[in-house]
Design a protein around this ligand. Structure first.
Ligand SMILES: NC(=O)c1ccc[n+]([C@@H]2O[C@H](COP(=O)([O-])OP(=O)(O)OC[C@H]3O[C@@H](n4cnc5c(N)ncnc54)[C@H](O)[C@@H]3O)[C@@H](O)[C@H]2O)c1
Length: 353
């Protein structure tokens, strides 16, 4: 593996995947393509950039001419860039169509033009829709029920289409909910932790009875390399977690771990327009390649809580570290650029650079 491109690598999951691929393929050149949306942080990649193995390029995957240059001679593209938050997709679906559908098409076109070795597409279990009665296998049909899931299902359709029409080598994952450090505090676990740390109330969607399965991000990273090394071209792979939790189960676990009374930290708000009761997927195909999930939420919570306690300043200006400035003799708040959620610009590479 000489050259790898990872899209969305300054976000939660793909920053961990980038780290994992750096360890797995220490001699590979790794280029991260990220538009640096509100969910991205350059800090996640800082040690890898400093080591010289990773270059971060701030550009949208929709910018075809730049992406074409970046993808030249790439052995592997891991495509994880996406608008990823269901609640946002109910408010405004346009960015989801642009990044998740049009962005994927643009990337597929450039991968096909460049003869990319393998296009690894990070999809989601949400493409199946709700699975209240049984777990879905990879042969079940897609039946998305929210705008985010519909955009991901649509993107997947184009991935399959490029495999059929142009023979592009593709592999796809459909994972359960993923948890870990660096997840933007809009999703259940990091939002609840950060709300508690900041003394704010956490709003539960509906009555909190929705069931979700939670997969540790390191289990997902292992799934990626297992599929890259042992999977089949054209293969779709579910990535299931060890067990299900209701939203209230997760809240109970977290409030207990943070030693706060549950009733004092939550309030009930309206449910989503449609909230899938559960997403269950079978994992036989991936297990047959030798992978299995190893981690549980219970064993990881303390570490995750400690990480958010340490890193609140990455997300909230009032928690950014304060230092004194010798020139202006005043207080300088490091990381205050985070106020609008925008990260610093990374250089855009010129062709051939
Ligand atoms: N979080 C989960 O539980 C979960 C589960 C299964 C699958 N997924 C999928 O995994 C992928 C990563 O999700 P995440 O939770 O890390 O999300 P995230 O929001 O933390 O990261 C997404 C990254 O994509 C980047 N991005 C968005 N639009 C872009 C564009 N047009 N061009 C370049 N970069 C762009 C963002 O800046 C961000 O860094 C997504 O494809 C998501 O659908 C997520």
């Amino acid at each position: 593996m000489k050259k790898i491109c990872i899209t969305g690598g300054a976000g939660f999951i793909a920053s961990h995947v980038t780290e994992h691929l750096c360890h797995k393929y220490p001699t590979a050149e790794i280029i991260v393509i990220d538009s640096m949306s509100y969910a991205a942080r350059q800090e996640y990649l800082a040690p890898l950039i400093a080591s010289g193995q990773v270059r971060l390029v701030e550009v949208s995957i929709c910018e075809r001419s730049v992406v074409r240059e970046l993808l030249r001679n790439t052995d592997l593209v891991v495509h994880a860039a996406a608008e990823s938050h269901v609640d946002n997709s109910y408010k405004d679906v346009r960015p989801f169509i642009e990044s998740n559908i049009l962005g994927t098409i643009c990337l597929l076109q450039t991968a096909e033009e460049n003869g990319t070795g393998l296009f690894f597409h990070v999809s989601t279990d949400e493409v199946y829709g709700e699975s209240s009665e049984r777990d879905f296998s990879e042969n079940d049909r897609m039946n998305p029920t929210n705008p985010y899931a519909a955009s991901k299902a649509s993107a997947e359709m184009f991935v399959h289409c490029f495999a059929k029409s142009y023979g592009l080598p593709i592999r796809i994952t459909r994972a359960n909910n993923i948890y870990g450090t660096r997840q933007y505090p809009e999703k259940l676990i990091p939002k609840l932790i950060c709300d508690i740390l900041r003394g704010r109330k956490f709003e539960v969607h509906g009555n909190g009875s929705a069931i979700r399965s939670f997969l540790h991000v390191s289990d997902f990273c292992e799934a990626v390399t297992t599929i890259v090394e042992k999977g089949e071209n054209g293969g779709i792979y579910n990535v299931p977690a060890l067990r299900d939790y209701s939203v209230m189960d997760v809240i109970r676990l977290l409030t207990r771990a943070m030693q706060v009374p549950l009733r004092e930290v939550i309030e009930y708000g309206p449910d989503r327009p449609f909230n899938d009761s559960r997403y269950g997927v079978t994992g036989d195909r991936l297990v047959a390649l030798g992978w299995r999930p190893r981690r549980t939420l219970e064993e990881d919570l303390d570490e995750i809580i400690a990480w958010y306690r340490e890193n609140l300043g990455l997300y909230y200006q009032e928690h950014a570290p304060i230092t004194t400035c010798s020139n202006c003799e005043g207080l300088l708040r490091l990381g205050s650029r985070r106020a609008g959620g925008r990260a610093p610009r990374a250089p855009v590479l010129t062709p051939g650079e």
